[in-house]
Unconditional design. Structure first.
Ligand code: IMP
Length: 209
């Protein structure tokens, strides 16, 4: 049985505002007081892992060194026709310095890079993709729990919608017609990879409340 999470402060071990916002929404019903890594002035560890779980654990343990339990999210987009890329490197594909020499992330650049690689495979390319999310919980004594979620969909072009973050404007979930950036946050929370992982976390560490 997983270790239970008691009401009280929990560090959200992410500096990604989109993720922090979604995790706060998902945690709202559980008597948890979320504090972001940014608010605590915690440094962002280097994501040197080669799997989502390795990177999520790295971030959660680094934040749990603050003395509070910590929750991290490592997530990304797996594109079938690209052999699962960008995968764990999803955020890196948005780094401007790779292309233009200055630091910072540009999601249009990242979405365009994926689209460019798909276009190279011709008009009939398989546009299937999945968002995946690994949530890791770590406690100051070193205990850890990991939960994985996934949502399948299709990539569309050009990007549509202004809600959400990251690659949301090009991702249409299976059975839908609108992108994750066009639908309301509550509708995304009902089906997203993050919500899928979060459902497993809730069942395990809040005793299914
Ligand atoms: P990391 O987990 O910090 O390495 O970054 C994962 C990247 O995947 C994010 O910066 C986003 O670009 C992308 N990503 C993860 N979850 C979502 C999502 O819900 N919508 C859109 N993009 C996402």
């Amino acid at each position: 049985m997983a270790r239970q999470l008691s009401p009280g402060k929990l560090v959200i071990a992410s500096h990604n505002q989109g993720k922090v916002r979604e995790i706060r929404d998902l945690l709202a019903p559980y008597g948890i007081e979320p504090v972001s890594a940014g608010e605590l002035g915690l440094a962002e560890p280097k994501e040197t892992g080669t799997t989502f779980a390795e990177n999520a654990l790295l971030k959660a343990h680094a934040a749990a060194a603050s003395g509070l339990p910590a929750l991290s999210d490592d997530s990304g987009l797996e594109v079938k026709a690209l052999g699962g890329r960008p995968g764990v490197y999803t955020a890196d594909w948005a780094e401007r310095q790779w292309f233009e020499g200055d630091a910072g992330r540009d999601w249009y650049l990242a979405m365009g890079k994926v689209e460019g690689l798909l276009a190279e495979q011709g008009p009939d390319v398989d546009r299937s993709a999945a968002f995946v999310c690994t949530l890791a919980l770590a406690w100051p004594d070193g205990h850890e729990e990991v939960f994985e979620g996934r949502v399948e969909g299709q990539l569309t072009w050009p990007p549509r919608g202004a809600k959400g973050f990251g690659y949301d404007p090009v991702f249409v979930p299976l059975g839908g017609t609108q992108t994750f950036a066009e639908i309301e946050p509550a509708a995304k929370h009902a089906i997203s990879h993050r919500a899928d992982a979060f459902g497993k976390l809730v069942a395990a560490v809040f005793g299914g409340q």
